[in-house]
Design a protein around this ligand. Structure first.
Ligand SMILES: *[C@@H]1O[C@H](CO)[C@@H](O)[C@H](O)[C@H]1NC(C)=O
Ligand SMILES: *[C@@H]1O[C@H](CO)[C@@H](O)[C@H](O)[C@H]1NC(C)=O
Ligand SMILES: *[C@@H]1O[C@H](CO)[C@@H](O)[C@H](O)[C@H]1NC(C)=O
Ligand SMILES: *[C@@H]1O[C@H](CO)[C@@H](O)[C@H](O)[C@H]1NC(C)=O
Ligand SMILES: *[C@@H]1O[C@H](CO)[C@@H](O)[C@H](O)[C@H]1NC(C)=O
Ligand SMILES: *[C@@H]1O[C@H](CO)[C@@H](O)[C@H](O)[C@H]1NC(C)=O
Ligand SMILES: *[C@@H]1O[C@H](CO)[C@@H](O)[C@H](O)[C@H]1NC(C)=O
Ligand SMILES: *[C@@H]1O[C@H](CO)[C@@H](O)[C@H](O)[C@H]1NC(C)=O
Ligand SMILES: *[C@@H]1O[C@H](CO)[C@@H](O)[C@H](O)[C@H]1NC(C)=O
Length: 429
């Protein structure tokens, strides 16, 4: 029965004759080999004359807006006079004729029994963004204007929002970059997680009387801290960065080496902070901007020296050709996988009579398509465009003797606990 009705409707429509646009002014775009991809209507190829396209990348009625009363028909791939909303409306909307334009409007009855208690924005957190979404039609029913969404700051980038249909419901979305200060985001660090927060504001629909307050909804996303993100929140970290410009092309890539206190690579050593002999120093080396499908980061060599000179005669080799050297210094290469990150653990030690310890690492960005310059790394070898030497300096807490390492260890535990506490209490604006 239902089939028959549908069939009858279809026949009627055909009879009514949904006409494909066949005019010559404006021309059909095929005739002038144009295609559609602009905001308002379509332009002919090689000109600024409007046309009626036979392809519409946006899949949107605006492709046919050169002639009022024509609508994009995706199945026919033509502009026709058959009235339709395109993109289609959500289940809580209906397609209405607003002076020849087909627009989706909220149905008046869908949320009739809902109250402000039902207003629950959703928040999605993925690496780089937090996306919060609200139901357009519920908001409208509650007397709020879904076109008035904004964040803590009202500058252009902080009021940008867009419509999306999810589960046949019409939603308004707003995206927030997970960066401290972006649209006045704030960030709080708790343990090994960073929580970003912002506030979604929504104004009431304008009316003669003000009967409700604007909505202010706080939302938060928590992310694991990484080698890289931890660095953003560290005060005065021990860090060194060098920009590589690979000869194989692909742009320029900053390579960073930083010193961490923990094997999660979350808490950083601060510049000038006392390092006790025997304490672990975790070296994290990363180059986040390089393309991981084409490049890997290779640690060719790490040396420790008593002075800020990698060629110091007293230097001790810790890592050679990516492998920890089995020597007096407890060193471990924690991963040697083909990635854009390297992790090395070194137990702090002292050159007798020198108050500082310097660590230098030679790193190379290797293109996966060609064999990486085989490490013929003699010291003093000039570094090419694909490799860099990064150096870090540490202040040793005790330069008198190696002995009695038990007490040093005890000391370092107290220090670690204290700095961990400080870290836990730290928060940023
Ligand atoms: C849409 O409305 C206009 C008047 O605003 C009318 O002329 C036109 O025929 C209507 N179109 C359809 C498809 O109902
Ligand atoms: C909803 O109601 C308003 C006024 O009550 C009316 O103007 C509007 O066209 C209705 N919308 C729909 C989609 O029915
Ligand atoms: C809002 O953001 C703009 C652009 O980023 C900035 O210039 C302005 O100072 C911010 N406003 C406040 C109150 O922070
Ligand atoms: C960040 O904003 C949230 C929500 O407004 C608030 O609860 C939190 O205390 C703020 N954190 C900081 C460090 O200001
Ligand atoms: C965050 O860290 C926890 C514990 O270290 C881990 O189980 C989880 O998979 C991590 N989440 C992501 C998204 O990496
Ligand atoms: C890898 O690099 C080549 C050029 O060296 C480039 O054409 C290709 O698109 C890159 N692959 C990816 C996944 O970016
Ligand atoms: C990676 O490390 C393992 C030990 O952890 C070692 O056996 C292996 O040879 C290393 N591979 C390379 C390419 O250095
Ligand atoms: C230990 O270091 C201090 C400076 O931090 C220096 O004045 C002192 O001479 C050093 N002691 C020895 C035994 O080298
Ligand atoms: C080591 O020397 C380099 C350049 O000569 C300098 O930029 C760096 O700050 C020095 N490091 C320390 C810890 O003194």
């Amino acid at each position: 029965m239902r089939f028959l009705i549908v069939f009858a409707l279809f026949a009627l429509l055909k009879q009514a004759g949904a006409a494909i646009y066949a005019g010559t002014d404006p021309p059909v775009c095929d005739a002038c080999a144009g295609s559609c991809g602009v905001e308002n209507g379509c332009l002919c190829a090689g000109g600024n004359k409007l046309c009626m396209p036979t392809t519409c990348l946006m899949d949107d009625n605006t492709c046919c807006s050169a002639v009022p009363g024509y609508y994009w028909d995706p199945s026919a791939s033509k502009c026709t006079d058959e009235f339709r909303c395109n993109p289609a409306c959500a289940g809580d909307e209906k397609c209405v004729n607003k002076s020849m334009e087909a627009v989706c409007e909220c149905k008046n009855d869908t949320y009739i029994s809902n109250t402000i208690a039902d207003f629950k924005p959703t928040v999605e957190c993925d690496g780089g963004t937090m996306t919060t979404s609200v139901s357009r039609c519920l908001l409208q029913h509650l007397g709020y204007d879904y076109n008035s969404l904004y964040l803590r700051n009202e500058s252009t980038e902080c009021i940008f929002h867009y419509k999306e249909i999810v589960n046949d419901q019409s939603l308004e979305m707003i995206q927030v970059k997970t960066e401290v200060g972006w649209c006045e985001n704030n960030a709080t660090i708790i343990g090994s997680q960073v929580y970003y927060a912002n506030t979604l504001h929504i104004n009431a629909i304008h009316s003669a009387l003000i009967t409700k307050n604007p909505i202010a909804f706080d939302f938060t996303c928590g992310f694991n801290l990484t080698m890289q993100t931890s660095l953003q929140y560290a005060l005065n970290p021990v860090v060194s960065t060098f920009v590589l410009v690979p000869v194989t092309g692909g742009g320029s890539f900053p390579v960073t080496m930083a010193a961490y206190k923990d094997d999660a690579f979350v808490t950083l050593w601060a510049d000038g902070e006392d390092v006790y002999v025997g304490t672990d120093i975790f070296l994290g080396i990363f180059t986040p901007d390089a393309d991981a499908t084409n490049f890997t980061l290779r640690v060719e060599k790490c040396t420790a020296t008593p002075s800020n000179n990698s060629n110091d005669a007293d230097s001790v080799v810790l890592v050679n050709e990516g492998i920890a050297v089995d020597g007096d210094v407890d060193t471990a290469v924690m991963d040697n996988l083909s990635s854009l990150e390297a992790r090395i653990r070194i137990s702090a030690f002292q050159f007798p009579n020198f108050p500082q310890l310097f660590i230098f690492c030679n790193v190379r960005l290797c293109s996966k398509t060609e064999a990486c310059g085989q490490a013929s790394s003699q010291s003093g070898r000039s570094l090419d465009e694909n490799s860099a030497q990064l150096g870090l300096g540490f202040t040793l807490a005790d330069n008198t003797t190696y002995s009695n390492s038990g007490s040093h260890t005890a000391f370092s535990y107290v220090m670690m606990a204290a700095s961990l506490l400080a870290f836990l209490c730290m928060s940023f604006f």
